[in-house]
Ligand binder design. Structure first.
Ligand SMILES: [Fe+2]
Ligand SMILES: [Fe+2]
Length: 198
């Protein structure tokens, strides 16, 4: 790589660089069990970024997205609610940690990384590739007990068939939400329509 290419890469903030090494900020609220989940998500993202042949700085951002996505997962939702933008205040408590982490990381990470973290529980239609990869890694990491054979088969198709895997995962999550009698969030519905039409 030329010196010009090196200097044109945006510098990663200390928080993002540390997260990519598996070190969470001191304001993290995540139990040991949660950190194990977070580590598995980051490992999948690192594996996929390398398999896609992404430049080193990109691979670092993907790893950081994994490590930071649930950084406030165990914070009290009542404390997170006032911190998130108006549009997210109505969300169920357990979905607030994405938008709240993005607010906390603002100024320390680029927009694509912040958006991936902000929306990882909702899955919006405007996800970029990193957002899609985080959404899938969060769902497909091998520690989850949900349909282990199916998720193993989907993992085996990543990252080469990311769009097709995304369609299957979104369809399954939408089915799960509607069958449980819950109302689908408009962002999730928009994502479903987008991937079905793709
Ligand atoms: Fe999460
Ligand atoms: Fe997660």
């Amino acid at each position: 790589m030329s010196a010009a290419a090196l200097t044109s890469e945006p510098a990663l903030s200390p928080i993002v660089a540390a997260a990519a090494r598996g070190e969470l900020p001191e304001w993290a609220r995540a139990s040991q069990k949660r950190r194990a989940h977070i580590g598995r998500v980051a490992a999948l993202l690192g594996e996929w970024a390398a398999a896609l042949g992404l430049p080193q700085a990109e691979q670092t951002r993907w790893l950081a997205a994994g490590w930071l996505h649930d950084v406030l997962r165990e914070a009290d939702p009542d404390e997170l609610r006032p911190l998130v933008p108006e549009a997210f205040r109505h969300l169920p408590g357990k979905l607030l940690h994405g938008p709240a982490a993005a607010e906390r990381l603002a100024g320390h990470a680029d927009d694509e990384l912040l958006e991936a973290i902000r929306y990882h529980t909702l899955g919006p239609a405007r996800f970029g590739r990193l957002g899609r990869a985080l959404y899938l890694a969060d769902f497909l990491e091998p520690g989850r007990r949900y349909e282990p054979e199916w998720t193993a088969a989907l993992r085996a198709r990543m990252p080469g068939e990311m769009d097709a895997v995304m369609r299957e995962v979104v369809a399954a999550r939408v089915r799960h939400v509607t069958e449980s009698g819950s109302v689908l969030h408009p962002e999730t519905r928009a994502l479903h329509e987008q991937v079905e039409g793709a």
